[in-house]
Design a protein around this ligand. Structure first.
Ligand code: ZN
Length: 183
């Protein structure tokens, strides 16, 4: 396992569409391991392969620290089959360090994907899970959340507690996409 460099906004690769994964090789497994290591090192909750410079449709998500029962999950070629509802909250991204902004997302998604053994899987979830899946799937299309932000992008201070305008509990800030705690 090794840490990978996280690409940041302005890097043209972040605007490219990632390609479908057709087979799992040792390199793919190494990439996935490295993505988890990088995610944890950066205190994030979600990371897409493009963010470490690899244009493959691979996403890793770990929401376990948010009191979610979901296990860490790898999604290969994820497709949001259904989405509904609406939620607004602050979002961040490891590729946009030190910033946060308010984004409205579906509140419920059903996502189909392949696991590390290329078996078809489906997960359904609400709240932060739905937000995270939408955010990461956007990355695979070359989109960043900053284009969806309502109002200004804000600086996140080192404590991650600046969301005090009454529109959101600071706990709603999604790191992880990016951990706003990292400043
Ligand atoms: Zn992101």
């Amino acid at each position: 396992m090794a840490l990978r460099e996280v690409r940041t906004i302005g890097d043209p690769i972040l605007e490219k569409r990632s390609r479908e994964v057709t087979q799992i090789t040792d390199r793919t497994r190494e990439l996935i391991d490295d993505m988890f290591e990088t995610l944890y090192e950066q205190n994030g909750v979600g990371l897409s392969a493009v963010q470490v410079g690899v244009l493959k449709r691979i996403v890793v998500i770990d929401l376990s620290e948010d009191g979610n029962e979901q296990e860490p999950v790898v999604m290969i070629n994820p497709v949001i089959r259904e989405s509904d509802g609406e939620q607004s909250g602050y979002e961040g991204c490891l590729s946009v360090p030190g910033k946060t902004g308010k984004v409205t997302r579906p509140d419920h998604v059903i996502v189909d994907f392949l696991d590390e053994d290329m078996n078809s899987q489906t997960l359904e979830g609400e709240g932060i899970f739905a937000r995270c899946v939408c955010h990461e799937c956007d990355h695979l299309e070359g989109k960043l959340y900053v284009d969806l932000v309502e109002g200004p992008l804000r600086d996140v201070d080192a404590e991650g507690d600046d969301a005090d305008d009454g529109t959101s509990d600071p706990d709603d800030i999604i790191s992880g996409m990016n951990d706003t705690d990292q400043g």
